[in-house]
Design a protein around this ligand. Structure first.
Ligand code: APR
Length: 228
């Protein structure tokens, strides 16, 4: 089976009702992104962060995977698929994908404040600031914030290095190091990019499909199945 790798961002979940980061003037669900998505924000106002991620978890519970998530899941019948996602939602898994690398963490998990140990799956439960992890440290969201390292980066790079086909969906490619991952694709690996807006930077080898995630995946699915 050919190795098919998806690199996805917020846009793949937009049609499930989850807002993207950079389509609303630097605000993410009415919060300043720097305030709720950086390690400095955690040290400044951890209660706000806990409340913010509790809200996101509650929103995720009611969201459903869309057709793009489901097509990506179905393609496992014909390809060896890995999804590398910048998203913290679980819609790829709920759409049928079994091999998902969450570069920026997962909403349904918490961990201890220092060292991010004792990772715990809390599902959609809300947690309160002050709750402790098994090692006695404060619990925090299991999210990779600005200012923190991306522990799964080298694993993702290795997967992309072995890709036969790479598909990028719904990411503005603004945030490094994730945005640099596409350059790990082998030189003979076709790269498709699905986004309703033009995305920069785009190397000349990328085939651009200007469409939403669901429209784009419907188109691309047919194309992929002819070259499996
Ligand atoms: N289908 C596909 N793409 C879409 C759709 C849609 N229906 N709607 C919007 N998009 C595209 C936008 O045009 C944009 O190019 O999705 C992209 C979203 O870009 P961002 O909001 O910047 O999201 P992303 O690239 O995932 O952000 C990366 O930044 O804030 C951090 O850690 C956070 O993981 C996040 C990272």
């Amino acid at each position: 089976m050919k190795k098919l790798v998806f690199l996805t961002g917020a846009g793949v979940s937009a049609e499930s009702g989850i807002k993207t980061f950079r389509d609303s003037d630097g605000l993410w669900e009415n919060y300043n992104v720097e305030e709720v998505a950086s390690i400095d924000g955690w040290y400044r106002n951890p209660r706000l962060m806990v409340q913010f991620y509790n809200e996101r978890r509650r929103q995720l519970k009611d969201a459903q995977p869309n057709e793009a998530h489901r097509i990506i899941g179905e393609l496992e019948s014909d390809f060896d698929v890995t999804v590398v996602t910048q998203n913290v939602d679980n819609l790829h898994e709920r759409g049928g994908s079994t091999d998902v690398i969450h570069l920026h963490g997962e909403l349904t998990k918490v961990c201890s404040e220092r060292g991010k140990k004792c990772v715990e799956d809390i599902g959609y439960r809300e947690f309160e600031y002050g709750e402790r992890a098994a090692d006695g440290q404060l619990l925090r969201p299991f999210i990779v914030w600005f200012g923190e390292e991306v522990p799964l980066l080298s694993k993702a790079a290795e997967v992309i290095e072995h890709a036969d086909i790479l598909v990028i969906i719904g990411t503005s490619l603004n945030v490094y190091p994730a945005a640099g991952l596409l350059y790990y694709a082998p030189s003979n690996c076709p790269i498709y990019l699905i986004d309703p807006k033009e995305v920069q930077p785009v190397t000349r080898r990328i085939e651009f499909i200007r469409a939403t995630a669901t429209e784009g995946m419907r188109i691309l699915k047919e194309k992929l199945l002819t070259c499996k």
